[in-house]
Write a protein that binds this ligand. Structure first.
Ligand code: SF4
Length: 386
């Protein structure tokens, strides 16, 4: 089995306010102990660098996600990157992304992140409409998005993603397309557009249960989805994944790696990691989620793993199909056979047959991929192998 590229995910769990729809591992603290958090991340990096599956492997991408990584001091970002480079080494042209909240950054902050080694930004914009931003409980308004984007460009960032959300209560398709149009005026290299989902155990879920919001029905959701794809295709963005769009091949290499089933190290509170095992199965772990508990555990022992599991070969193969079908290019059957000992057909012919006969799923040479008409059914198709 050929080793995959190796990725590093670093979780920064702090936020200024917990948005009511958010189900990420994010925590509001007036004064995070950044020094201790940096120490914990570095202790974890040192521990991971000694683990057998990560020996002699350079990093292909690094991603600071959250939470709100742009709240972290640039010195923390720089020190963690310096250790990561020293312990693992960086591949040439490594992609290093930082998620930024437009309400937390100015020119000086962006300059600090750029100088620390960040070469890609992902900004959580979500909307450019004041009412919608207020409903989402975001801490920024639309003018701060313009200022932040301008400051980021001036600081030197030439690879920027903007995250948006559609399907908000009472939002018309026309309103969303106006937002998308305004988003295109920024000329970002990458856009992510997700439909709002009411995740269980969020404040939004509780509010929705007691007094339901008017959310789009299936037909309207489909109209949002298709109009988004059409608008962005016309503007020259490739839908390289179901909700992700890039210009000039500026895919998010890190996220694409998840869909390509690469190995990744996850450090930080609540982060998870995964690697391919020698018998073809997959090992996966998750860290302690509370920042303070995580920090103590990582500093004391170097590891903050709270739970782990091993997937057998068949389960791992199903997982690789499940994530891989999200990509426009789908799954390479030769890679699959090398990784899982048999090809996709040997594992899943009977599970996938109906979708293939219905032309929702197609073979394009050696690539198994969703047909255009299969894209809205991606979840149902992928679940058929699980
Ligand atoms: S800023 Fe992001 S991570 Fe923080 S609470 Fe809001 S949605 Fe969650």
């Amino acid at each position: 089995m050929q080793q995959s590229p190796l990725q590093l995910y670093i979780h920064i769990p702090y936020c200024i306010h917990k948005c009511h729809y958010c189900d990420f591992n994010s925590h509001v603290r007036t004064q995070p102990d950044w020094q201790a958090y940096e120490q914990a991340l570095i202790a974890e990096l040192e521990y991971c660098s000694k683990q057998e599956p990560f020996q002699n492997r350079q990093l292909h991408s690094v991603f600071f996600g959250g939470g709100t990584p742009s709240l972290a001091p640039a010195s923390l970002i720089g020190n963690v990157l310096e250790h990561a480079q020293h312990l693992f080494g960086f591949e040439n042209h490594i992609e290093i992304t930082l998620e930024a909240n437009p309400g937390t950054v100015d020119m000086q902050a962006f300059q600090g992140f750029f100088n620390a080694g960040i070469n890609r930004l992902s900004m959580g914009v979500q909307s450019l409409d004041t009412k919608e931003l207020t409903w989402l409980e975001r801490i920024h308004d639309s003018s701060e998005v313009y200022q932040a984007f301008d400051a980021a460009r001036k600081a030197g960032f030439d690879n920027i993603n903007l995250d948006f959300m559609y399907g908000l209560p009472e939002q018309s398709l026309e309103q969303w397309l106006q937002t998308l149009d305004a988003a295109l005026q920024f000329k970002p290299e990458h856009l992510s557009c997700y439909q709002l989902t009411v995740e269980p155990h969020t404040k939004l879920a509780a509010r929705h249960a007691s007094s339901p919001y008017k959310l789009p029905d299936d037909e309207t959701s489909l109209a949002f989805f298709h109009s988004t794809r059409e608008t962005l295709a016309k503007a020259g963005y490739e839908a390289y994944e179901i909700s992700n769009f890039a210009k000039s091949n500026k895919y998010c290499r890190h996220n694409d790696g998840y869909w390509l089933y690469h190995d990744y190290i996850g450090i930080g509170a609540g982060a998870s990691g995964k690697w391919d095992m020698k018998d073809g199965g997959t090992y996966r772990y998750s860290n302690t989620r509370t920042p303070e508990k995580y920090t103590t555990q990582a500093i004391q022992t170097g590891s903050a793993i709270n739970s782990d599991e091993s997937l057998a070969l068949q389960q791992a193969a199903a997982e690789a199909v499940w994530v891989g079908l999200r990509r426009k290019g789908g799954i390479d059957n030769r890679w699959f056979e090398n990784r899982f000992q048999q090809d996709i057909t040997a594992y899943f012919q009977s599970d996938l047959e109906a979708w293939l006969n219905d032309n929702k799923l197609i073979w394009h040479g050696q690539q198994l991929q969703l047909a255009e008409s299969g894209i809205p059914l991606a979840d149902a198709i992928a679940e058929s192998v699980l």
